[in-house]
Ligand binder design. Structure first.
Ligand SMILES: *Cc1c(COP(=O)(O)O)cnc(C)c1O
Length: 355
């Protein structure tokens, strides 16, 4: 071993879903939105003056922060924006989880949480989900250095109601509770309305799923002004200009078109509910999804086999080779047409299955 090798920070990175790029593929593996961003985003893109790129963007991200503050009916000092919610969550871990006590999050959840905890050397414990893949609230009643819960949870798609979140908050008044709401727009109730009551609550959302802008990288957190100030202090100790100029103006346009947003979500929910019924008829079992994906296991066909055969036919879904969930597929809700092709393939495969 060379002398300097011992000085290298060794981390096990998060592994994102693959981004294949093939003609005619059906891409249902990373929970992207199958519909384009709002028309106003396209227009702003076309009208974007590239001469402005000479200058640094506004470090306070004012236009985007103000639009989000208006939309959620909060003050602008309650909004923090970042480069996708991954950036926002990573800053939040660094800012708020600075205790010797372990932070808590479920054993099965967004697999970035333990990566950040390890990167920042934050101690953590991962209470196990129950046999129905539900979070057991009592596990979060003990002393801790912070709590993070994805709601709806990923990759289970299960959403808990507001009384559940309130209960977690009531039992954790001495630590900061982060609710990662990447999928909340697809039918859940946001904890946003609890922010007035709980100054230790941080709600994190993203433009990547419900707003069709994964490629733009925009995420945000809403909470008490003191939490937002602390996040900004860390951000300014790191990189003052996290948000690039196009993402600020295009992001603001996306939020302004609420009608388009709601229509888009309605379509996805409708497709999801139809696909759920059809999969059940084919022998799949799945919890009720409140996300833009479903988490399905088949009664007798192993998930790895389905994953592989689908992939061979250019249909990409997500498979996690992890204890307790290695017999499930996470399937993103695409357009009706894409889902029809998936279902037709599965109908044929299940119908002719010999084991
Ligand atoms: C997709 C996702 C995110 C992050 O998405 P960004 O594209 O970085 O905004 C965060 N949390 C969960 C649970 C997700 O599924």
């Amino acid at each position: 071993m060379r002398e300097w090798e011992k000085n290298i920070r060794q981390v096990v990175p998060y592994v994102p879903g693959e981004q294949p790029n093939m003609p005619d593929m059906i891409k249902l593996n990373t929970n992207e939105n199958p519909y384009p961003p709002a028309p106003g985003v396209l227009q702003a893109m076309e009208e974007f003056n590239t001469d402005k790129l000479r200058l640094y963007p506004d470090p306070t991200s004012k236009i985007l922060v103000n639009v989000l503050a208006d939309y959620y009916n909060v003050e602008s000092d309650q909004v923090f924006v970042g480069v996708g919610s991954d950036d926002v969550l990573s800053m939040a871990f660094l800012t708020f989880f600075n205790s010797d006590k372990p932070i808590l999050f479920p054993d099965i959840t967004y697999s970035f949480y333990d990566v950040w905890a390890n990167l920042y050397k934050i101690p953590y414990e991962t209470p196990v989900l129950d046999e129905n893949l539900r979070i057991k609230r009592e596990d979060y009643y003990k002393e801790n250095g912070g709590v993070i819960i994805a709601n709806p949870n990923a990759p289970t798609s299960i959403c808990e109601d507001l009384s559940f979140i309130r209960d977690i908050l009531d039992h954790n008044q001495r630590s900061i509770v982060i609710v990662d709401e990447a999928y909340i727009d697809f039918g859940g109730t946001s904890a946003m309305e609890l922010i007035k009551e709980y100054d230790n609550l941080l709600v994190v959302q993203t433009f990547s799923k419900s707003r069709s802008m994964a490629g733009m990288r925009i995420g945000y957190a809403i909470g008490h002004p003191e939490l937002i100030k602390a996040l900004n202090n860390v951000k300014y100790s790191f990189n003052s200009y996290t948000m690039n100029l196009p993402s600020l103006s295009l992001g603001a346009e996306a939020v302004k078109d609420d009608l388009y947003f709601k229509e888009c979500i309605k379509k996805i929910i409708n497709t999801r509910d139809n696909v759920t019924k059809e999969l059940q008829e084919l022998g799949f079992l799945l919890p009720e999804s409140k996300a833009n994906f479903i988490f399905a296991t088949h009664k007798y066909i192993p998930a790895i086999e389905l994953f592989t055969i689908l992939r061979d036919h250019n249909i990409f879904v997500r498979y996690f080779n992890k204890p307790r969930i290695d017999n499930y597929l996470r399937i993103t809700i695409g357009t009706d047409e894409e889902m029809k092709m998936l279902l037709e393939f599965l109908k044929d495969y299940v119908g002719n299955y010999k084991g």
